[in-house]
Design a binder for this molecule. Structure first.
Ligand code: GAL
Length: 689
């Protein structure tokens, strides 16, 4: 169980790697941590080689000393199981514990995360190390929670070795029971792929041409599950030895390799590493989308930002620093979207190794002459006045449907076009955020009952249970907004026959005959019948036949000119919108606005540079406004009756939010987002003032 009250307010801290520094540095570290308001550090993540320098020879002296020192300074520890990077002796002793790529290349020593998740000796060393650590520190007063491994699947999310092939077969036997069932699911009547013996089945290694799509899909499912087995091994040890302590492993947002909906159910609290690119066109959208996913994974439970960069990272082609004020702003954003903890990678910037140019809370120049340190310290202070935020919830009336199975299936080769899921989800997410919505992500089989609107940017793979869930949602009065190429295949990636999307055809009041895939130079437009407004269409348009749906917009070019592009269909007590092409963000925004408004969901047009969330704190509401623009101020008309969250001072009717400015307004009534009035984007001025 995770309970934030066992921590000292909002969690604030970093990865701490004392083994990289002489021990004289440690007391200074602890003193500076106190100065910065640090109350938790993640310790020992990459310490395996230091804790077990030779097989079975453990040395915990240095870790004892660090744990005691931290405790003396009132700093809690999120203790790692230290299994993230096996020491070189392990790879030398068990050469087949090194993972293998789809091309058959065995990866080598010198980096990190060098392990095959199926290797029996690796697993047993992992178990022993976890047991040793848990037994030794179970009663230590500094120990607050467990950090299992680190970023599973970050570098190696699939291992194609023979051991994994064998585990894959076992997993398939468990799933299908018989070869007949597998042959049916994989559609092996095609290309003479029929299997007569389990031993014939292989991972989708490099093949002469397209590997069987269902083999590929099951392989992705297996690879996620196989790493989850490894996580369970460690988490199981910890839960047995310290049942009272929360367990987490740090996620990576929209990581392709791991089905986090499944993973999150096996930890006590979700934690996230987020590194939005400060030079990206809208880092806050990128970050916000991950934050909202993390909150959604465990039904709205608040989560921990486990890692973020204090300033620059080291692993992009060009590593932009965080300009004055941006680090604070992004931390406020995490709080606004449901974080209860704000941690950095890392405490002290390394002196050697591949990450020496990665920023730290303590930079190479030392604390006294460092801007980053000043900002880190100021944030630590500020958090003390915000601790009540850890009790806030973020009610959302709209959810975006998301599923790793669909992501994997959509991006398997040999499709009508090489579609990518992320840009579609990003577009729809940005549209909803710019309509002032708190956004949840929901699994196709998740609970939809709390939402007024469910948006499907794309749900290419939709199993019968998911389709039934959507159908009941609309029947009960919900509003569905579905994007193109949705509901096409079942869980085996078999086409649902009879006119796409067969399982939702009556819900949408239409069927689709074919897809018109467009080349980059081809142009298409669609026009709204109500307003006459036209929008560009790229990549994809559909040949749609309505069977009851109202036509809201038509395509303008080619042989589909005049035919439906957007439709609306009443179904049960609800209704369904269908967007039959790859539309611009403007079009998606306008159409979602219509759907939300019709569903009685308050909407507010929010400029891209304003990050808005509205949370519930008991009966109160908290409006969190962040100006993410580096140089422009924003003038905002506020709902009446607000006070400043930090000190209760009454707020004026209108405020100017400077570049990177933050406003937290509290209301003792249920304010609605449409009471907000963005007056103007005001004059340019330098950030951080
Ligand atoms: C994370 C990782 C950290 C560190 C950081 C650098 O992915 O967990 O150990 O490498 O990136 O940005």
């Amino acid at each position: 169980m995770f309970d934030i009250h066992h921590f000292d307010g909002i969690i604030y801290g970093a990865d701490y790697n004392p083994e990289q520094w002489p021990r004289e540095t440690w007391p200074e570290d602890a003193r500076l941590m106190n100065e910065a308001g640090v109350n938790l550090v993640s310790l020992g993540i990459f310490s395996w080689a230091h804790l077990e320098a030779r097989p079975g020879h453990y040395n915990f002296d240095w870790l004892d000393e660090v744990m005691d020192l931290l405790h003396q300074h009132g700093i809690g520890v999120n203790l790692a199981t230290a299994t993230a990077s096996p020491p070189p002796w392990l790879s030398l002793k068990y050469p087949d514990s090194k993972p293998v790529t789809a091309d058959g290349i065995r990866l080598e020593v010198g980096g990190r995360q060098l392990y095959c998740p199926s290797h029996p000796a690796f697993r047993s060393h992992v178990r022993q190390l976890t047991e040793q650590i848990a037994q030794r520190y179970q009663g230590h007063p500094a120990l607050k929670m467990w950090h299992v491994n680190n970023e599973y699947g970050c570098h190696v999310d699939q291992c194609f070795c023979d051991l994994c092939a064998e585990e894959f077969r076992t997993w398939l036997r468990g799933k299908y029971g018989t070869l007949d069932a597998l042959n049916f699911a994989w559609g092996t009547a095609f290309w003479s792929q029929r299997y007569g013996d389990w031993a014939e089945i292989q991972p989708p290694r490099r093949a002469p041409t397209y590997a069987n799509p269902t083999q590929q899909l099951d392989w992705r499912r297996f690879s996620s599950d196989n790493l989850l087995t490894l996580y369970r091994l460690e988490a199981g040890v910890l839960q047995q030895i310290t049942p009272h302590l929360p367990v987490t492993t740090n996620f990576l947002g929209f990581l392709p390799g791991l089905d986090y909906f499944k993973w999150a159910q096996e930890e006590d609290v979700v934690s996230l590493d987020a590194y939005p690119d400060p030079s990206g066109s809208r880092p806050h959208m990128e970050a916000g989308m991950s934050y909202d996913l993390m909150r959604s994974l465990r039904g709205g439970q608040r989560w921990i930002l486990m890692e973020q960069a204090p300033s620059a990272v080291n692993w992009r082609e060009r590593n932009t620093l965080k300009r004055p004020g941006l680090m604070r702003l992004l931390n406020h954003q995490a709080l606004a979207h449901g974080a209860s903890g704000l941690m950095f990678f890392q405490w002290r910037a390394s002196r050697a190794g591949a990450e020496k140019y990665h920023s730290g809370m303590v930079q190479h120049v030392g604390p006294d002459r460092s801007r980053v340190w000043q900002e880190v310290k100021a944030l630590g202070q500020e958090l003390k006045s915000l601790r009540e935020l850890t009790e806030a919830r973020l009610p959302a009336r709209v959810a975006v449907m998301f599923d790793w199975n669909n992501w994997w299936a959509l991006e398997i080769d040999s499709k009508p076009a090489a579609l990518k899921l992320m840009p579609l989800v990003q577009k729809w997410y940005a549209a909803l955020r710019q309509l002032g919505q708190n956004v949840d992500f929901v699994h196709p089989e998740g609970d939809l009952s709390g939402y007024d609107v469910v948006a499907l940017p794309n749900q290419y793979l939709l199993a019968a249970a998911g389709a039934q869930n959507i159908r009941s949602f609309v029947e009960r009065g919900g509003t569905l907004v579905s994007g193109f190429f949705s509901g096409i295949v079942d869980e085996h990636e078999h086409i649902q026959l009879g006119g796409y999307p067969a399982l939702l055809s009556d819900v949408l009041g239409l069927w689709i005959e074919e897809w018109l895939v467009m080349q980059p130079h081809e142009e298409q437009q669609m026009q709204l019948l109500s307003s006459g407004k036209t929008y560009g269409v790229q990549n994809w348009a559909e040949v749609i036949h309505v069977t009851g749906a109202e036509i809201l917009a038509t395509f303008q070019q080619d042989f589909i000119a005049g035919q439906p592009a957007v439709t609306l269909h009443p179904f049960g007590a609800g209704q369904s919108y269908y967007l039959g092409g790859d539309f611009t963000e403007e079009a998606v925004t306008d159409l979602l606005e219509q759907a939300l408004t019709q569903a009685d969901v308050p909407v507010c047009r929010v400029p891209e540079s304003l990050n808005v969330t509205l949370s519930a704190l008991g009966d109160d509401r908290v409006l969190h406004l962040l100006n993410v623009h580096p140089t422009q101020s924003l003038q905002v008309g506020l709902p009446e009756g607000g006070t400043r969250f930090e000190n209760g001072a009454p707020l004026p009717q209108a405020i100017t939010l400077p570049p990177y400015g933050v406003l937290l307004a509290r209301y003792s009534r249920a304010v609605r987002i449409n009471e907000l009035n963005i007056v103007a984007e005001a004059s340019a001025r330098l950030a951080g003032r």
